[in-house]
Design a binder for this molecule. Structure first.
Ligand code: ATP
Ligand code: MG
Length: 413
């Protein structure tokens, strides 16, 4: 490891010093704002610690999925540790300074069973609030070697989240929480920090910029206003300046009591702006056949209006319908990613706050859904949109399925 500490931020240097002077506890949580340098230093701390721990013991790294673990952590480890680190996702194994590391997905209930038989010396968890409490509790129970430690990163969430209530606020836990603020990351240009801060509102600002555990209350998209609603004339003026480069349709199927919704969403050059171009909403859900023919008509009409229409992303819960949809149209139809609800909400809120999100005024259902979406304040854990039939979350799901694929391009990640 040739990371000399002069290439670390003062905050990161302080954390490394804590490791060197033996101040790490059994559980070590790196928490706080986005982009604040938590993951980067947690990886260095993990590397140092593993390198100084017994060779013949077992170690584990977990992320919500193996894909996010790779993207958020393993690829960065390859850059930092060079030939001292290698991994194989198919085997779910890695090697760090000659120590064997198991790789697991915390979203998979099989993984929890696999943990059951293990005796671990160390563990690293990426985005810990996305894990279930039972996976985490199982992991802690397996960390039974003498001097065993766990390192984890996370952004703050609801104050009643299990991690906050049962661990961070638990005075008797052998736990160290290290808090990071956005400005701790001296490697980010000031202008970028300013811009990022302006993109977050309300509860997301508190959590992701200030790094506070804050409850979600009231309107979800509270920055959405008449500025975000445009006429067909305004749309065509805007598209003359920056043309659409791609557009996609998101599909949410109605089950019992909910509606079926389609949203046609366009992205202009450089993914500068996002436009909701058209919607379909059907509360009655008479039959699969009627939905398929409505879908086929919708796609035909939209493709004629906007030849940019290239892809459809469907709720993956109904594979038979996805198949029928695929047969019914000439556009590529795939499963929606269905990212975690807060990720999707946050994406839309960032677009709204930075004045990059517009809905055509004729998309009444979508406008109504965005204006009236509220947090479910009774939901005991994790944030939830209120879904009691009074608000239209189907249009929101469809809209998000159409947008979520482009997170990278939209936010230049
Ligand atoms: N010491 C450093 N030297 C160079 N770049 C750094 C350093 N620390 C952080 N960075 C860079 O800053 C960015 C944000 O850092 P990092 O990913 O660690 O933040 P984070 O707190 O984990 O953010 P998030 O909550 O969004 O996951 C990354 O691009 C990272 O490479
Ligand atoms: Mg991170």
């Amino acid at each position: 490891m040739d990371k000399n500490s002069s290439s670390l931020s003062p905050k990161q240097r302080e954390v490394l010093q804590m490791l060197k002077s033996g101040q790490m506890k059994r559980i070590n949580i790196f928490e706080g704002s986005v982009r604040s340098g938590k993951t980067y230093i947690s990886i260095i701390v993990w590397g140092f610690w593993v390198a100084g721990s017994p060779k013949d013991k077992a170690y584990l790294m977990a992320g919500k999925t193996l894909r996010t673990l790779k993207r958020n952590v393993l690829d960065i480890m390859s850059g930092l540790f060079g030939s001292n680190f290698s991994y194989n996702l198919y085997k779910k194994e890695a090697e760090l300074f000659g120590r064997k590391i198991y790789l697991e997905s915390a979203a998979n209930s099989d993984s929890e069973n696999k943990l059951r038989g293990m005796t671990l010396m160390g563990a690293y968890c990426d985005e810990l609030t996305l894990f279930t409490e039972s996976f985490f509790a199982m992991l802690l129970s397996r960390l039974s070697e003498r001097g065993a430690k766990l390192f984890a990163t996370t952004n703050p969430d609801d104050p009643s989240h299990w991690l906050k209530k049962n661990y961070l606020d638990n005075k008797s836990a052998n736990l160290l929480s290290i808090k990071f603020r956005l400005e701790d990351n001296i490697f980010l240009p000031k202008e970028y920090i300013k811009q990022l801060s302006a993109e977050f509102h309300g509860v997301f600002y508190d959590r992701f910029i200030l790094g506070k555990w804050t409850k979600a209350e009231g309107r979800i998209y509270d920055g959405f206003s008449s500025k975000n609603i445009i006429s067909a004339k305004m749309l065509s003026q805007r598209l003359e300046e920056k043309r659409l480069i791609i557009s996609t349709v998101g599909v949410d199927y109605g089950g019992s009591g909910s509606a079926s919704a389609f949203a046609h969403v366009g992205f202009d050059e450089e993914f500068s702006n996002v436009y909701v171009l058209s919607e379909y909403y059907d509360k009655e859900n008479r039959s699969a056949e009627s939905l398929i023919s409505a879908f086929s008509r919708f796609i035909g009409r939209e493709k004629a209006r906007f030849p940019t229409l290239g892809r459809v992303y469907c709720d993956s819960a109904e594979q038979l319908l996805v198949k029928s949809f695929r047969k019914a149209v000439k556009v590529e139809v795939s499963n929606a990613l269905k990212r975690p609800i807060n990720t999707r909400i946050n994406m839309l809120n960032r677009l709204i706050a930075s004045e990059r999100f517009f809905v055509l005024d004729e998309c009444k259902r979508t406008i109504d859904a965005i204006e009236n979406a509220v947090w479910d304040e009774r939901s005991p854990l994790l944030d939830k949109r209120l879904d009691n039939g009074t608000s239209n979350i189907d249009s929101l799901d469809a809209l998000e399925y159409a947008v979520e694929r482009f997170e990278k391009q939209l936010f230049k990640l």
